[in-house]
Each structure stands twice: as C-alpha cells, then as structure tokens.
Design a protein around this ligand. Sequence first.
Ligand code: S3P
Length: 168
Amino acid sequence: MLKQNVYLVGPMGAGKSTIGRLLSQELKLEFIDSDKEIEDRCGCNIPWIFDVEGEQGFRDRESQAIDDITQQSGILLATGGGAVNRPENRQHLSARGTVVYLCTSVEQQLARTEKDKNRPLLQRPNPKKVLQELMVQRDPLYREVADIIVHTDESNPKLVVQEIIDKL
Ligand code: S3P
C-alpha cells in the first residue's frame, strides 16, 4: 500500500532526478532533490562543501536535510547516492515513506555522469573503479531500505515511472 511520501534511492546516474520529477507529477507530490536542497540551505555548491567541510561535513548536512524533509508530507524526495550510508538516514527513509531503489549498471552510471563536474567523488582518478567500489558497499544498503526495486538501464524514464506506479 502506498504510504504518503516516496523516496528514491540509488547510485549516481541511476536517474533519480529525472524519474523523480516525472513521478512526482503523476503522484501529485512535491519534488525535492536532496542535493539541490543542501545547496540551497548552504548557499554553496556540493564541490565547495566537499572542499571546505570534507565529505563528513557534506554527510552531516545530508542527514539533517533527510531528517527534516522526511518529516513533511506529500513529498517525493530524490536522495543522493550516499544517503543510505548512515543508519539514521536509512531508518528515517524506511519508517517515513515508500522507498524505491533505482538499480542500474556501473556502465550506465559512467555514461550518464561522465561530463558532470558537480560530483566530487567522480573527480578522483578512475571513476569506474570508484563507482564499482561504491556499488559493492551500497547495493546491500539500497536493498535493505527498498520497498520496491526497479531497473533503469534499458527502459526510458516514462516506462520506469509507469513500472513504479504499478508496483506502489
Ligand atoms: C554522492 C552522490 C551525489 C551527491 C554527492 C555524493 C554519493 O548525488 O550527493 O556528490 O556519495 O554517491 P547523486 O546520487 O544525486 O548524484
């Protein structure tokens, strides 16, 4: 049964923002992108936060945003790829809404993120290896919080949205 809020989890380049926007229109929910919300609250962009405050500083801001947003209702939240790292985030997401894991291959992630300079973790040497390692760590965590799992590799966003609606 559909609980009121919907939260999209999954790795960078899974399509959380694109699918989130479309799905929010279909479900008449307010779309919030976690990274954008963090940037708006801070008044600076994600690379700046990583540079100045480190990844830890970014994760603190991310946890605060997730806690606040998941206490609102009528929300569709696209989380950042690392949102599942902290147990308190996983707890808030699974207790306060329906969690959808957008599952995709490392090859697709690379193709969708290769020109993006706004993701500090992918500015390191060998982004493919970074994505593979993150996938090994995080795939079990995405699965742990997910109520629904949808693959986004082959399908176009509209088909993915329909598949999610059918499963809600
Ligand atoms: C991150 C994913 C990014 C962003 C930050 C860290 C991660 O969000 O939160 O760069 O740890 O996987 P997207 O998944 O929306 O790219």
